[in-house]
Design a protein around this ligand. Structure first.
Ligand SMILES: Cc1ncc(COP(=O)(O)O)c(C=O)c1O
Length: 473
């Protein structure tokens, strides 16, 4: 039976008066399908501790995606809950329009100390979308004030995910992101995803890198560097399927940006705060110094909705020196520089600096190595990743690079089996994305990989039994 049909039946069986029934009556879930919008309940989670979640039936599940790549320090951390409590009892809120607080100032100082180059100032937001939106609006303001109002176009890539506000979402390039949604298409230039697994047949990875850079170069030539304001790129495309670009790609893209005076915005909403073993990955892992970095998620380990945009001091200095000192960057959020969010982020940074970054660097290679063993399963096309983020990409036909209809079923089925076995997977169509809390131990990594292997095997058996798929053997 198709997984969606099963789901619809389970939903129809929901009893009135339960949390599920109330959700279906009143809660609008994110990313809903039109056919179920406003009438949907999702798996109910009751509590969590460390890398584990407990669902409403009392089942303990490994939190494979760490929430949404965010619970980096793990669930139920006393230090984080305590920092929030203390700050809320001291100063729970102050208007950022004409006052400031100490925790956000200190947080900006500590974050800037970890940032590459001259990224010395932070604008705090409420999450990743608002951080990307801030970076893009800043680029527009910067170019307006500098007398280059035509320099506004934005380079983005296939498989990108940058958020759900209008401008950030206009950059998204994953399948289905834009099928039914509008966007600021007149501002966007789309490039190919740096996706080695799906590169054109017969092309080496190096030749693919050359091809991508050539494509970027000709897009800049076609549109004109004087009309392009920014290039926005996740160092590893997370929600697109943990796409690790070819080795030299990011550096070469950064060099092209410099050459054409295009601001490089590194979207580190997922990769920052320890996922790759560093506070920021742009320079420490990929050797690039962007003009802006956006972050969110792991900055508070998901305990409070906070994000931010790091901006180069050079850009700020140029603005201070213009002939338009009264031009206002009319951009601010009620919750910019939130004291409670900043306090929890400071406590979270303590945890990262006091050993969690080091732990992530230690266990990352083991995590990758163990997951890689899943490639022996016929349904698995590729396992890839870096640090504590990975993707198990399943393919019904290893010889056919185009996802088949059957592939759409696979992720959901694997997730359902893994949940029975004690692991929450994040299925993205045919891809299982794994990014557990960074506190995960080697033994827990073994458990995770073991469950995933069994879940994929069960899915393969089921597909064979239903005559939907046959291993080529
Ligand atoms: C790379 C990237 N940028 C931006 C966002 C948007 O962040 P948020 O959902 O906090 O608005 C996400 C969310 O997953 C992301 O992965």
């Amino acid at each position: 039976m198709a997984a969606t049909k099963k789901l619809a039946q389970a939903e129809a069986a929901v009893e009135t008066g339960t949390v599920e029934a109330t959700a279906r009556e009143h809660l609008l879930q994110p990313w809903p399908l039109a056919g179920r919008i406003g009438a949907e309940s999702r798996g109910l989670v009751d509590d969590a501790d460390g890398i584990y979640l407990t669902d409403a039936k009392g089942r303990r599940l490994i939190d494979g995606p760490a929430g949404m790549w965010c619970v980096n320090a793990g669930h139920r951390r006393r230090e984080l809950a305590g920092a929030m409590h203390q700050q809320a009892m001291r100063l729970s809120y102050n208007t950022p329009w004409y006052t400031m607080n100490e925790p956000s100032t200190e947080l900006a100082r500590r974050i800037a100390a970890h940032a590459p180059g001259d990224l010395g100032h932070v604008f705090f937001t409420t999450g990743g979308s608002s951080a990307v939106e801030t970076a893009l609006r800043f680029m527009q303001f910067y170019n307006n004030v500098r007398g280059r109002p035509e320099k506004k176009m934005i380079l983005t890539r296939g498989a990108a995910y940058h958020g759900s506000t209008y401008l950030s979402a206009s950059l998204n390039g994953r399948p289905r992101d834009r099928d039914w949604m509008d966007g600021a298409d007149d501002l966007v230039i789309r490039l190919s995803a740096p996706y080695p697994y799906r590169r054109p047949r017969g092309l080496s990875v190096q030749a693919f890198e050359d091809h991508l850079i050539g494509e970027m170069e000709s897009a800049i030539r076609r549109v004109g560097g004087e009309r392009i304001g920014a290039f926005v790129a996740e160092p590893i495309q997370a929600s697109g399927g943990v796409i690790v670009p070819p080795r030299g790609y990011l550096k070469r893209a950064a060099a092209l940006c410099r050459e054409h005076d295009i601001l490089y915005i590194s979207d580190e909403v997922v990769t920052a705060f320890g996922r790759l073993g560093h506070v920021f990955a742009s320079e420490d892992v990929f050797g690039i110094r962007p003009d802006m970095i956006t972050f969110a998620k792991g900055v508070t380990s998901g305990y409070f909705p906070l994000g931010g945009t790091l901006i180069s001091d050079r850009l700020l200095g140029e603005l201070r020196a213009t002939n338009h000192p009264d031009a206002m960057f009319a951009h601010g959020l009620t919750y910019s520089s939130h004291p409670v969010g900043s306090a929890v982020a400071l406590a979270n940074l303590d945890i990262l600096e006091d050993g969690l970054l080091e732990h992530a660097r230690q266990v990352g290679p083991y995590f990758q190595e163990r997951l890689k063993t899943l490639e022996e399963l016929e349904l698995v096309g590729e396992v890839r990743g870096m640090g504590l983020m990975a993707c198990v990409e399943c393919v019904a036909d290893r010889d056919d690079p185009n996802p088949l209809k059957l592939d759409n079923e696979v992720g959901k089925r694997i997730d359902a089996h893994c949940q029975e076995l004690g692991l929450l997977v994040r299925p993205l169509i045919h891809m299982c994305v794994m990014s557990p809390p960074l506190v995960i131990t080697r033994g827990q990594i073994d458990d995770m990989v073991d469950i995933l292997r069994r879940g994929i095997r069960r899915t393969m058996d089921e597909l064979v039994a239903e005559r939907l798929w046959r291993p080529k053997g």
